[in-house]
Design a protein around this ligand. Structure first.
Ligand code: GTP
Ligand code: MG
Length: 216
């Protein structure tokens, strides 16, 4: 995917009114430090546009990134003799959500955030896709399972992204994927994509999913 432009358009705190956007939205949820902001940077091909940190709890607002993209570059279209429609510019919003399970905030703040994330997922009309991120090295937590169930019960078809793929050996991959799928109780029709922000493995598959939903 070719990124034409990126703009952090809206930042919402706990009491902010959420914006009404005209383009499709894709939301990224998951526990603190799992790699939500890093995944967004990987998708938009920017090193540090979305702020990341080794300390959990970096993102404490709902951040809307407007992304203009197209499927192929002019060069690729010419070289591969592709249809000119591949050059068409399209727009989406990536919605970076605060992480759940961040230990340093009070119970009250946690609850407020939980409510805001829930209310966002329930009320956003242009929301076309929801990603739930889990660390590929670990068995999903009770919070992850709760979030997955809640998304499914709310009518979403969440796509699970298993992050930090570069941190495991290739030989461990299928066992890790199996454990994550069975712990979350994923059906075989539900999608899991391993991703690494270091190597960008998984990027094109995630973009293909986003672009297909943006067409619907
Ligand atoms: P919060 O905003 O606190 O909820 O965290 P987040 O989910 O946005 O995580 P963030 O993207 O800030 O990443 C947390 C840490 O994990 C950072 O130190 C990243 O560099 C690291 N990280 C994220 N993705 C990857 C990855 O694919 N591979 C490796 N090796 N490190 C990663
Ligand atoms: Mg973040």
């Amino acid at each position: 995917m070719i990124i034409k432009s990126v703009n952090l358009e809206t930042v919402c705190g706990i009491t902010s009114k959420l914006p009404e956007n005209e383009f499709s939205e894709f939301a990224f949820a998951g526990k603190s430090n799992v790699g939500k902001s890093s995944l967004i940077n990987g998708l938009i091909s920017r090193k540090a546009y979305a702020r990341t940190s080794a300390e959990p709890g970096k993102t404490q607002t709902i951040n809307y990134y407007k992304v203009e993209y197209r499927e192929k570059s002019q060069k690729e279209i010419e070289a591969q003799g592709l249809d000119a429609s591949y050059a068409q510019e399209k727009s989406v919003y990536f919605v970076d959500l605060p992480g759940y399970g961040f230990a340093k905030v009070s119970m009250e703040t946690k609850e407020k955030w939980g409510k805001m994330i829930e209310s966002y997922l329930h009320t956003s009309k242009p929301l076309k896709g929801v990603f739930l991120l889990v660390d590929i090295r670990h068995k999903p937590s009770a919070n992850d399972c709760q979030m997955f169930d809640w998304m499914v019960n709310s009518g979403f078809s969440p796509v699970v992204i298993a992050t930090k793929l570069d941190k495991i050996k290739r030989s461990q991959l299928s066992a890790r994927v199996k454990e994550i799928r069975s712990t979350l109780g994923m059906k075989s029709s539900e999608v899991l994509i391993p991703f690494s922000a270091e190597t960008k493995q998984g990027r094109e598959e995630i973009w293909a999913y986003i672009d297909s939903k943006n067409k619907e």
